[in-house]
Design a protein around this ligand. Structure first.
Ligand code: HEC
Length: 222
């Protein structure tokens, strides 16, 4: 997505490849093997670069989810007392507009994954990289597609008879409830001089707020 990430990735590969650590600290470390670099290089970007080929259906995803995810995330992604819900708080209206309306008010008790999710690649990448919690990176690409498809179905984004694959991810992206909800106004992402591949837009972090100790909502009209 950004040059910054590419440079860091490239630097890591160069360090491993040139044996820098070994020259500097004799006897310590070894060059990463091609297989190790490949196992590490699994990120899927917002433009779907890095997406492995494969496919998985909602029905298959339901089976996998029941066996490997429901214990922590609830049988319908509603979660339990400990985990923030994956699904909920979005509507057919949001699918059309691309903005999760519930984020604007304070009616929603929690911000679910689908309320926040602006890029489908993030959901795929996260499941592939980090879930299930006890055995991360144990899922084959087809399993990740199936699980992502099932969660999309629970959120009302795709029908039950749907199969998600590398070739239709971009279509589904165009139905994500909060796809237009990403902002860089918080100023926490860098902006370079060249303007190429920057993540931020030059916004300023909210460090100017006035202190408010009581009745703040009323005072500031939120
Ligand atoms: C043992 C409990 C456990 C199991 C099983 C588990 N998860 Fe998770 N999951 C978590 C925890 C804890 C987090 C939050 C991790 C964090 O914030 O660092 C999480 C986070 C997530 C998120 C990101 C939520 C967000 O909005 O940030 C997704 C998506 C997810 N899990 C999907 C899955 C899927 C799919 C499976 C099954 C393959 C699964 N999880 C299995 C505990 C679990």
């Amino acid at each position: 997505m950004s040059k910054w990430f590419e440079w860091v990735g490239l630097a890591l590969i160069c360090v491993a490849g040139s044996g820098w650590a070994m020259d500097r600290y004799p006897g310590v470390g070894r060059a990463a093997t091609v297989a190790e670099v490949r196992a590490w290089d699994i990120d899927v970007r917002a433009d779907f670069r890095g997406l492995p080929e494969g496919e998985g259906s909602v029905v298959r995803g339901r089976e996998l989810y029941g066996a490997q995810c429901a214990a922590c995330h609830g049988s319908a992604g509603e979660s339990d007392a400990f985990f923030t819900p994956l699904v909920g708080g979005t509507s057919a209206h949001d699918i059309r507009s691309g903005h999760a309306r519930a984020l604007a008010g304070s009616a929603a008790a929690q911000r679910t994954t689908f309320m926040r999710l602006a890029t489908l690649s993030t959901l795929f990448d996260y499941i592939q990289r980090a879930m299930p919690w006890e055995t991360p990176k144990s899922l084959a690409p087809n399993d990740v597609y199936a699980l992502t498809a099932y969660l999309l179905h629970l959120a009302g984004i795709v029908p039950e008879a749907f199969t998600l694959s590398h070739s239709n991810m971009a279509n589904v992206q165009s139905r994500l409830p909060n796809r237009h909800g990403m902002t860089t106004d918080h100023g926490l992402w860098p902006v370079g001089e060249a303007g190429d591949g920057d993540m931020g837009n030059g916004g300023i972090p909210d460090i100017q707020a006035e202190r408010c100790m009581n009745e703040c909502r009323a005072v500031h009209g939120h």
